[in-house]
Design a protein. Structure first.
Length: 235
């Protein structure tokens, strides 16, 4: 789409913007970047801009951002199934289940075969109960779980029902397991990586993650925040 041809009213009435979130950016950072560009372009004091589903700073990929009246559609977009690709590293765990924290324990992987690793995915398809990571933004007693975790406080996390529609191993380069997963709202891929390691009697953590789809929206049609600014302010 030629964003440079859209008017102020177009964005206020509502647009769906597909961003490819860069590594290291927070979802909030992407939203703020888009909001800044739109406010500057159209000399606006304010415009509603929000995203449909947080991506961790260490993840890349599709972030659906809605403007103006379309922000009302965010809950419906969030409810749609999501597709991710990524890498699980076997043989080591981290407190955050990803690379946000350092490795705290190491485990042997010599006992594992390719068939074992591939067949282990079958235990995680369908409706399952999953415990969110303690390093997450879920609230308990008025505080985010990561607030407890960063202070070293133990807190009981309740398992939640989710659904994993597809979970496949796309390639294997031990100790790295490359995968693709299609899942429901509320699924933590970090927890899936952690639990996958336990299923294989070893440790595991998520070492790379990319969101590729949300419903019918695809990262193939997304642009980076910097590219969006260039399109909004053409030379």
């Amino acid at each position: 789409m030629e964003w440079s041809t859209l008017s102020k009213e177009d964005f206020l009435n509502g647009q769906v913007l597909l961003f490819d979130k860069p590594l290291g950016w927070s979802s909030f950072h992407v939203v703020n970047s888009a909001k800044w560009a739109l406010r500057k372009k159209f000399d606006l004091k304010k415009i509603k801009v929000g995203h449909a589903g947080t991506l961790d700073p260490l993840a890349t990929g599709l972030l659906v951002v809605c403007t103006g009246k379309f922000t009302k559609s965010i809950p419906g977009i969030q409810d749609q199934r999501k597709e991710y690709t990524g890498t699980i590293t076997l043989g080591a765990t981290t407190p955050s289940y990803d690379l946000e924290t350092e490795v705290d324990q190491r485990f042997p992987t010599d006992h594992l075969t390719k068939d074992q690793i591939i067949h282990a995915t079958e235990s995680f398809t369908g409706r399952i109960y999953q415990k969110p990571p303690v390093f997450s933004a879920i609230k308990k007693d008025g505080k985010r779980l990561y607030e407890y975790a960063r202070k070293g406080k133990e807190v009981e996390v309740n398992a939640r029902e989710i659904e994993i529609y597809e979970f496949e191993i796309t390639s294997l380069e031990m100790p790295e397991v490359h995968f693709r997963v299609v899942c429901s709202k509320g699924t933590y891929i970090r927890s899936l990586a952690h639990d996958f390691g336990q299923k294989l009697n070893t440790g595991a953590h998520l070492s790379a993650l990319r969101r590729t789809k949300i419903g019918s929206f695809s990262v193939d049609n997304a642009i980076t925040p910097e590219a969006f600014k260039t399109l909004i302010f053409p030379q």
